[in-house]
Design a protein around this ligand. Structure first.
Ligand SMILES: *[C@@H]1O[C@H](CO)[C@@H](O)[C@H](O)[C@H]1NC(C)=O
Ligand SMILES: *[C@@H]1O[C@H](CO)[C@@H](O)[C@H](O)[C@H]1NC(C)=O
Ligand SMILES: *[C@@H]1O[C@H](CO)[C@@H](O)[C@H](O)[C@H]1NC(C)=O
Ligand SMILES: *[C@@H]1O[C@H](CO)[C@@H](O)[C@H](O)[C@H]1NC(C)=O
Ligand SMILES: *[C@@H]1O[C@H](CO)[C@@H](O)[C@H](O)[C@H]1NC(C)=O
Length: 225
């Protein structure tokens, strides 16, 4: 049953050419990696000149050992790196929010990492993704997931062009090799909730979006442990 489900998820992904990169459950965004984003919520406004707080649960909702969040750990399921960029194909920006191991190594002992991002007044207003790039190992296998979280930058008084923390905007879509779904959800229902309108549910929900509105119901067993 275990391997059948992995196979069907992979098959579904390749058939549709697209699978949801994240699942919203009770207000938390489960990436297809190990990171769980607590804040901000999808479609949140980010105000230029103010700080936006980003909060990420790195404990797999209590399923991972503390050491698994620290790069270099020898756990079979672990984070290798987690970086965040504020990117937009609309305004053609790619700004560093957090790079390097600082995010994962700070707040030792805390299951949630907080990152205060100063939204510079140089950032043009518009639609962006707060995009999480995670390299991790899951049961000893390496994965790389990219999770875009849509946000809106509000800026009535844009000052000059950004010169600090700017990166080249890479072509879309970017290459990734994610786990087929969140490895942390032990869900029972699979739905096709649209991300922006998803409200979460009481049970763990695994969402595969499809252009054809395909809905799959499956019982998933957990791959960790
Ligand atoms: C945000 O990411 C999604 C999915 O990767 C992409 O389709 C969309 O164009 C991105 N939005 C912007 C404003 O770049
Ligand atoms: C955020 O940026 C503003 C200017 O845009 C600056 O005055 C403020 O000190 C910065 N805050 C932090 C925490 O870097
Ligand atoms: C860029 O960074 C430098 C050094 O930290 C700082 O002095 C300068 O004000 C920054 N410029 C902008 C536009 O934020
Ligand atoms: C943004 O820049 C970073 C650092 O160069 C890179 O890793 C990331 O893939 C870039 N993202 C996009 C969408 O260009
Ligand atoms: C996952 O669900 C199965 C079947 O309901 C259950 O036997 C198992 O204990 C659950 N595992 C976890 C870690 O919750």
């Amino acid at each position: 049953m275990h391997s059948t489900l992995v196979l069907s998820a992979a098959l579904l992904t390749s058939l549709l050419g697209y699978a949801r990169a994240q699942t919203l459950v009770n207000g938390q965004i489960f990436t297809n990696g190990l990171a769980i984003v607590d804040a901000p919520e999808p479609e949140s406004p980010m105000h230029a000149g103010s700080v936006t707080q980003i909060a990420i649960d790195v404990s797999g909702d209590g399923k991972l050992d503390q050491s698994a969040s620290i790069p270099g750990s020898d756990e079979a399921t672990r984070f290798d790196s987690l970086e965040i960029y504020l990117v937009s194909y609309q305004t053609k920006q790619n700004l560093t929010v957090s790079s390097g191991p600082g995010l994962l190594t700070q707040e030792q002992g805390s299951t949630v990492k907080h990152w205060n991002y100063n939204v510079s007044t140089c950032i043009p207003p518009g639609s962006y993704n707060l995009t999480f790039y995670e390299a991790s190992h899951i049961n000893g296998q390496p994965y790389f997931s990219i999770t875009p979280l849509p946000v809106i930058v509000m800026n009535d008084h844009q000052t000059g062009a950004c010169s600090n923390d700017t990166n080249q905007l890479q072509a879309f879509p970017q290459k990734s090799s994610p786990y087929p779904q969140s490895p942390l959800l032990n869900g029972s229902a699979v739905s096709t909730q649209a991300f922006a309108t998803a409200t979460g549910s009481n049970s763990a929900t695994l969402a595969f979006a499809s252009p054809f509105g395909l809905t799959l119901l499956a019982s998933l067993s957990l791959f960790l442990m």
